[in-house]
Design a protein around this ligand. Structure first.
Ligand code: M6R
Length: 607
């Protein structure tokens, strides 16, 4: 969701800004623009559409060694060239790019209009440029601070002034901003992917901080101009990891990376000898873990689905009361923080606004909150009391796949750890640890069957409506299967507990509404088979994901995807991978933009 970049140095700025914006495409956007400074003049080029459209209109000879850029995900005002960023003040000497929402923009705009400022866009962001203009007296950093003090809302911004060559001022409140340190050059961006090709030395800017960069160095301070010393950190990812590496799309690459990603999430954490787990980053002693009386998991989207699996495991295996809840609901529910409760926030990006604000609300109330994140150095990872990185490597496709299976892996290991401290014997623990160790192999077996799943996707991609039905630990997997299909293929899909269809969804069943049933060989298999029969009795088509050799299921379903027969607690892995592939191939069949589906953003940094 909105991406900002800034550059100052010795190289031509335009290609670096455009490349940075291309790297941020995955965040989701609908328009883009750059501003480059040269000889006391600023040139802005912007338009609605993709980066390639912008690239086509940026003059090849656009000279200048400093500049800013932006990818916009529309909130205030339609997707038009004029609403695209950067926005300028009346004089055209100040330009800004903004990520976030200015909540009090209407009042500020009214006042600025009464002072004869001329607005060209419908955005909330443009007020920032005019506010800075209204207080500017030759010192851009000071003017930015004065203007920011008047804003309510969230922002990550980059600002430049024609009369202060080589200088870019950045600031953050609620929307991410990272500084990259190069040799005689500096970078600013919403995330590290935009600068990884040039530097691995970064500084994470925090809320309330302002950073001013020039080719020779940078200064960080707060809005009251107190200097702040920052820690320089090293990006652990390699540039190759953010390339497609021969795959047609990022989503395909990320689906196929899962065996390795799951292995990384387990490495050093699954102890086969002691039949337990080790999660050092939790920052909790054994005694503190033993005192945990309940676990509350908070997340959004796919991460929420992984959280439901986690809650199910903790209750059924470790016998610890556990719930998973949507972050967007927790924040405004005035949540109760109970003594003995341990909270987890789960977020691939570590920047999701709903999850971040829920975490802050819980912490404000005294909760211990642990993060389960992928992006190292992300806001949630930094602000939580401790946590676990899932180590999936960069996830670029909007549809989350490898993060989901890695998040589940972490909850499986945490459950094993907690269970072994409580009721679980060594023998039971050893059996579970062995099953967990086998997960990457099971996933590889399924990926090898991709052509069969592709054929099924081709067969069913005509559908306008699909139900995904599972029970127990695979109920959240049904939710995840439906989310995957709808977000990338735009086919309407809903996930339900298979038992729930009688309470409403069965009304939708006819020969044009296929149902995907998750039928592992577990305690609830017979119940799910009864639900399948109910659908068949109403002429509904049934695709069943079931265990290899399950002839009974095969005899009822129209089509089956047969997966390895595994322990119940491992079944979400073998159930979800076929659903990811099914969604992926349906979307391809329908000619969708799989990696950047319409209207969606990878990192949802506004509420
Ligand atoms: O980065 P997060 O895990 O916090 O993101 C949460 C959701 O926005 C995300 O899972 C979203 O639902 C994905 N597009 C699902 O594929």
């Amino acid at each position: 969701m909105c991406g900002i970049v800034g550059y100052t140095g010795v190289k031509p700025a335009a290609p670096i800004l455009l490349e940075g914006l291309r790297r941020l495409e995955y965040r989701g956007y609908d328009s883009a623009g750059v501003c480059v400074g040269n000889d006391g003049a600023l040139s802005v080029v912007k338009r609605a559409g993709k980066i390639k459209d912008l690239r086509a209109i940026v003059p090849k000879d656009l000279a200048g060694f400093w500049g800013i850029g932006h990818t916009r995900w529309a909130t205030h005002g339609g997707v038009t060239d004029l609403n695209a960023h950067p926005h300028a003040d009346c004089s055209g000497k100040i330009t800004i790019a903004h990520n976030g929402i200015i909540e009090n923009f209407a009042g500020l705009k009214e006042k600025l209009l009464s002072e004869d400022h001329l607005f060209l866009s419908e955005t909330d962001s443009e007020v920032i440029a005019h506010l800075i203009e209204s207080v500017y007296d030759g010192d851009l950093e000071r003017a930015v601070k004065e203007a920011l003090a008047l804003l309510k809302g969230t922002y990550g911004i980059v600002v430049m002034h024609a009369d202060e060559p080589g200088k870019v001022v950045g600031a953050r409140n609620g929307s991410p901003l990272v500084l990259g340190i190069g040799e005689g050059e500096m970078f600013l961006a919403s995330d590290v992917t935009a600068m990884m090709a040039y530097t691995k030395q970064v500084v994470y800017i925090e809320d309330g901080e302002v950073v001013t960069v020039q080719p020779s160095g940078f200064r960080t301070s707060d809005l009251h101009d107190n200097s702040i010393t920052k820690k320089v950190e090293h990006i652990g990812w390699e540039i190759e990891e953010i390339e497609k590496q021969g795959f047609a799309t990022y989503m395909e690459k990320e689906i196929f990376e899962q065996p390795e990603a799951i292995l990384r999430a387990m490495r050093g954490r699954l102890d086969l000898e002691q039949a337990t787990g080790h999660l050092g980053g939790l920052n909790l002693s054994s005694r503190e873990l033993l005192n945990v009386e309940r676990v509350k998991i908070v997340a959004a989207g796919t991460s929420f689905h992984a959280g439901i699996v986690g809650a199910y495991l903790l209750e059924s295996i470790a016998r610890i009361p556990a719930t998973a809840e949507l972050a967007s609901e927790v924040r405004y529910r005035n949540p109760i923080v109970e003594r003995g409760a341990l909270h987890f926030v789960v977020s691939q990006s570590g920047e999701t606004a709903d999850t971040l604000y829920a975490m802050r609300e819980l912490k404000r109330k005294g909760a211990t909150v642990l993060g389960v994140c992928n992006v190292v150095g992300s806001t949630i990872a930094r602000e939580s009391d401790g946590g676990v990185y899932i180590h999936s490597g960069p996830e670029i496709a909007v549809a989350s796949t490898k993060a989901f299976t890695s998040q589940m892996t972490v909850f499986h290991i945490f459950t094993l750890l907690m269970a072994r401290m409580r009721n679980m014997s060594y023998e039971q623990g050893a059996q579970i640890a062995k099953e967990l160790e086998a997960i990457p192999g099971y996933v590889s077996q399924i990926l090898a069957e991709k052509e069969q799943i592709r054929a099924l996707a081709t067969k069913y991609s005509w559908a306008k409506d699909v139900l995904f039905l599972g029970r127990g630990i695979n109920y959240p997997v049904a939710l995840e299967g439906a989310l995957k299909l709808k977000e990338i293929s735009y086919i309407h899909a809903e996930g339900y507990s298979a038992a729930e269809i009688k309470h409403g969804p069965i009304a939708r069943i006819n020969e044009r509404t296929p149902s995907v049933f998750l039928v592992p060989d577990d305690r609830l298999r017979d119940k799910v088979i009864s639900n399948m029969k109910e659908v068949k009795a109403r002429a509904g088509k049934v695709i069943a994901v079931c265990s290899q050799g399950d002839d009974e299921v095969a005899s009822i379903a129209d089509d089956t995807i047969q997966v390895p027969r595994v322990h119940e607690i491992v079944s979400p892995f073998v159930m979800v991978v076929p659903l990811q592939l099914f969604a992926y191939y349906c979307a391809l069949e329908l000619g969708r933009d799989v990696d950047q589906p319409r209207n969606l953003a990878k990192s949802v940094t506004v509420e």
